[in-house]
Write a protein that binds this ligand. Structure first.
Ligand SMILES: [Zn+2]
Length: 182
């Protein structure tokens, strides 16, 4: 997943500063994803790719989309998607497999927060209003994100999970996140 983030970051870097003709320089955030005991690529803490404009007087920060983070809250993107989906009833074997792979430790309050996020903020977001048209048959909104997981067939194939995270990547930038949560 770090490779996917690196690609997304490179796409952002090439575009240059959004506010002036400046170039973008690396200025990563250090983040420790909550809700996980470890993160496969880096057990201690994980960097979120980020850039700063090199022009004096601008220096604006640019944070590319990510499949590993959701906004500044910095839960692993996986956690945000999968945990509520498990609560809605992914197959027990698949849940066990994911739990084992990620060594997840999630309390009930976190779980409830994420469920509320999916059913409230996410459903109401302009991102989803646009994106949902792509799903045929339409997704069941009451069972999000399980319905999304099933549509992406994450139970059948591991790589489909990455596709799902890529699909969600546009809502992971701090700016998009701020728009989403107000
Ligand atoms: Zn600039």
């Amino acid at each position: 997943m770090e490779n996917v983030d690196a690609d997304l970051a490179e796409t952002e870097r090439i575009k240059g500063c959004r506010y002036c003709p400046g170039k973008l320089h690396r200025a990563d955030y250090k983040r420790k994803p909550r809700g996980m005991k470890f993160w496969p690529e880096d057990p201690e803490d994980t960097k979120r790719f980020s850039f700063c404009c090199d022009q004096e007087g601008c220096r604006r920060r640019h944070t590319p989309p990510s499949v590993r983070f959701l906004g500044r809250r910095v839960y692993g993107g996986l956690v945000a998607v999968l945990i509520p989906a498990m609560a809605h009833g992914l197959k027990p074997e698949r849940v066990a497999q994911i739990r084992q792979a990620l060594d997840l430790e999630i309390d009930r309050r976190t779980l409830e927060r994420w469920r509320q996020w999916w059913l409230g903020m996410f459903v109401a977001s302009s991102f989803w209003k646009e994106a949902r048209a792509r799903f045929m048959p339409p997704l069941c909104q009451e069972t999000l994100p399980l319905s999304l997981c099933l549509s992406f067939e994450v139970e059948e194939r591991r790589d489909r999970l990455l596709d799902l995270l890529k699909f969600l990547a546009p809502i992971t930038t701090p700016k998009a996140w701020k728009d989403l949560v107000g």
